[in-house]
Design a protein around this ligand. Structure first.
Ligand SMILES: Cc1cc2nc3c(=O)[nH]c(=O)nc-3n(C[C@H](O)[C@H](O)[C@H](O)COP(=O)(O)OP(=O)(O)OC[C@H]3O[C@@H](n4cnc5c(N)ncnc54)[C@H](O)[C@@H]3O)c2cc1C
Length: 326
């Protein structure tokens, strides 16, 4: 906070204004090396005890396979950093893969480690700079730093906006009308809306505590603009489920979806990002449908998957495009 060229009450209202000035005028502080020992002001020796593993806590790895798809702790965080950057060099394609949803490779998965203090933005920054020097500097390396800077921006903007961020009316002057139908909210939470791109992501969130950025954007937009449910309900639900829950990243992104950007069409996005395989993984009821059917399953009878409450007119173009392209 002491290094950026703004006081908190002057944090710009757009991320672009913040980023351009900040990245031009701020040196990123160096990470501090791990100390060789920790000086403790006591003569008594300290028993640090043993860290329990999952089995000690009553979990079997089989039962919790999905939930433990990422292992916690700093050692694992540094392993992931090393693997995403230097071992597999997936960072090189990040710019073009970051909007996908299936698997571990399309994005870094640094967020759970960052949320719990196992990996710092400065450590990531230094690793990306090293990558640029010895492997490749391209749009992807720029984009990774851009995202981490964005995370900082949300933290500072939340500090500026304070409690308004948690209110339904938010900090913008705009107003949305909500219907707040409890039954629809439950369908959204449970991943049973009948819209495959939404349900696949919500089921993934419920089972793993993780969801891609593309999924978060679509699920938030759908809840707010299609189901007309108060966005703070959705933000609270995400808060209760995400393993990377971070106050500023969650609430500021939800606020953006409610008040600051256009509607996102989940039918079009599923087709645009070729989500068929991801949908089949999380919605077994329609895993046998072909590439076209699995995106618009309500038009076909041979499955037990939920029917949507309504197929909105604004989706017609996207539906026709799916039929033409798949
Ligand atoms: C509605 C909504 C809620 C969200 N809630 C959270 C949350 O609680 N915690 C959280 O860490 N992120 C949140 N995000 C941001 C983003 O979805 C996740 O950071 C990202 O999906 C994590 O995956 P990754 O580490 O593979 O990201 P990558 O794409 O590999 O990005 C690298 C890092 O950049 C940062 N970053 C990327 N995108 C964003 C963004 N839009 N906002 C802030 N930081 C970003 C994260 O620290 C991330 O780990 C939310 C986004 C939306 C739309």
């Amino acid at each position: 906070m002491n290094d950026i060229p703004y006081s908190i009450d002057k944090i710009p209202l757009t991320s672009k204004a913040y980023r351009i000035n900040t990245t031009k005028n701020t040196e990123v502080r160096k990470t501090i090396p791990t100390p060789d020992y920790i000086k403790i002001d006591t003569n008594e020796s300290i028993d640090w005890g043993e860290l329990p593993n999952l089995e000690d806590l009553g979990f079997t790895s089989e039962k919790n396979f999905e939930r433990t798809f990422m292992l916690g702790g700093e050692t694992e965080a540094l392993k992931r950093l090393n693997s995403y950057l230097f071992e597999t060099q997936q960072l090189t394609s990040y710019r073009w893969t970051r909007n996908r949803s299936l698997g571990m490779d399309y994005s870094s998965k640094f967020s759970p480690y960052m949320a719990l203090g196992c990996l710092s933005p400065r450590t990531i920054y230094e690793a990306v700079k090293q990558y640029e020097n010895i492997i490749k500097k391209n749009q992807s390396t720029w984009w990774m730093i851009f995202e981490v800077v964005w995370r900082d921006y949300f933290t500072f903007k939340l500090m500026r906006m304070q409690n308004a961020v948690y209110q339904t009316e938010g900090y913008s002057k705009k107003k949305l009308e909500f219907e707040n139908d409890n039954k629809l909210f439950k369908r959204w939470c449970n991943g049973t809306t009948g819209i495959p791109f939404i349900d696949a992501h919500m089921r993934q969130l419920n089972q793993t505590g993780f969801m891609s950025n593309r999924g978060r954007v679509n699920c938030a937009s759908f809840l707010i603009h299609d189901y007309k449910i108060d966005w703070t309900w959705g933000a609270s639900y995400f808060e209760s489920k995400l393993i990377d829950y971070d106050v500023a990243s969650n609430w500021m992104n939800w606020h953006v979806q409610a008040y600051e950007i256009w509607y996102t069409n989940p039918i079009n996005q599923a087709n645009k990002y070729k989500a068929q395989e991801f949908i089949r993984k999380w919605i077994p009821e329609i895993k046998n449908l072909n590439d076209m059917q699995v995106l618009i399953p309500w038009e076909f009878k041979d499955h037990s998957y939920d029917k949507p409450i309504e197929i909105f007119k604004k989706w017609t173009r996207a539906i026709n495009k799916i039929k033409k392209e798949n």
